[in-house]
Design a protein around this ligand. Structure first.
Ligand code: FMN
Length: 216
C-alpha cells in the first residue's frame, strides 16, 4: 500500500511539473541577407490598421525581433538600435495568441511570461486583439539609473521614449521589407496591461506596436 501511495505521489508531481513547465520559444536564426533594399523599404513604410487573423511564421517573428532590437554585434552585446548611453533599458514583451513572452536577445529566445492571450489589452483600438502579434515596449528604469521604489518623472522617460522610437522604426522598416503590416501605438490601457504582463513599479510601458499580415 505504501509503495502504491509513493508511486502515485511521484507520478502526480512529475505530471504537475510537466504541465506548469514554461514553454519558451527558441527562434530560428534571423535571415540577415533577405529583404528589400533600404531605399525601397523606406518608400513603402507606412502604418497599417487592418490585419488578417493569420499568424506570422517563426522565421518572420525571428527576423522582426532581431531587426527590432537584436544583437548585431553579439560579442559586445550591442544592438540593431541605438540607446542613450547604451543603457539598453527597453524590453520587448511579445503578445501572441499562445501567451506573453519576453524577447531575450542572447540566445534569440522568447521567454514565456504567461499562457494568457493579452492581445486585446495591448490597445484600445478594435484591430489590436485580432492581429498576429502585439509588441509592448517596456522601460526597466533600474537599467536607466533609477533605484527600485524611486519616483519616476516624465523627464526620466525622455530617453526611454527616444530609445523606443528607434526600435519601433526598425520594426516599420522590417515590415515594409517583408510585406507585413504594422502600426506603433500610444493608446494603451496601461492600468490593465501592466498587471497582465506582471510588471513591477520600475517597469514603465512606453509604446505598443501591432504587427501582422495586412488584410487587403
Ligand atoms: C508616438 C506615436 C504614437 C502613435 N500612436 C498611435 C495609436 O495609438 N494608434 C494608431 O492607430 N496610430 C498611432 N500612431 C501612428 C500614427 O498615427 C501614424 O504614424 C501617422 O498617422 C502617420 O502615418 P504613417 O505612419 O503611415 O506615415 C502613433 C505614432 C507615433 C509615432
Amino acid at each position: 500500500m505504501k509503495k502504491i501511495s509513493l508511486l502515485f505521489l511521484i507520478l502526480f508531481f512529475s505530471f504537475s511539473s510537466l504541465i506548469t513547465m514554461a514553454q519558451d520559444i527558441r527562434l530560428p536564426a534571423p535571415d540577415k541577407k533577405g529583404g528589400k533594399p533600404l531605399m525601397q523599404a523606406l518608400s513603402e513604410r507606412k502604418s497599417v490598421r487592418s490585419f488578417s487573423k493569420s499568424n506570422l511564421s517563426q522565421q518572420q517573428l525571428s527576423d522582426m525581433l532581431w531587426a527590432a532590437w537584436g544583437y548585431n554585434r553579439p560579442e559586445q552585446k550591442m544592438r540593431t538600435a541605438p540607446s542613450a548611453r547604451n543603457t539598453q533599458e527597453i524590453d520587448i514583451y511579445v503578445a501572441l495568441p499562445s501567451g506573453v513572452y519576453l524577447y531575450e536577445p542572447s540566445g534569440h529566445i522568447l521567454k514565456e511570461i504567461s499562457k494568457r492571450d493579452v492581445r486585446t489589452l495591448t490597445g484600445s483600438q478594435d484591430f489590436v486583439g485580432g492581429a498576429a502579434v502585439n509588441l509592448v515596449y517596456v522601460a526597466d528604469m533600474t537599467r536607466a539609473g533609477k533605484k527600485v521604489g524611486e519616483k519616476i518623472t516624465d523627464a526620466d522617460l525622455l530617453w526611454p521614449n527616444a530609445n523606443t522610437g528607434f526600435i519601433a522604426q526598425n520594426v516599420y522598416l522590417y515590415c515594409a521589407s517583408a510585406n507585413l503590416g504594422t502600426v506603433v501605438r500610444g493608446m494603451i490601457p496601461k492600468d490593465k496591461l501592466a498587471p497582465a504582463l506582471g510588471l513591477k513599479a520600475h517597469q514603465i510601458i512606453i509604446l505598443a506596436q501591432t504587427v501582422g499580415i495586412p488584410d487587403n
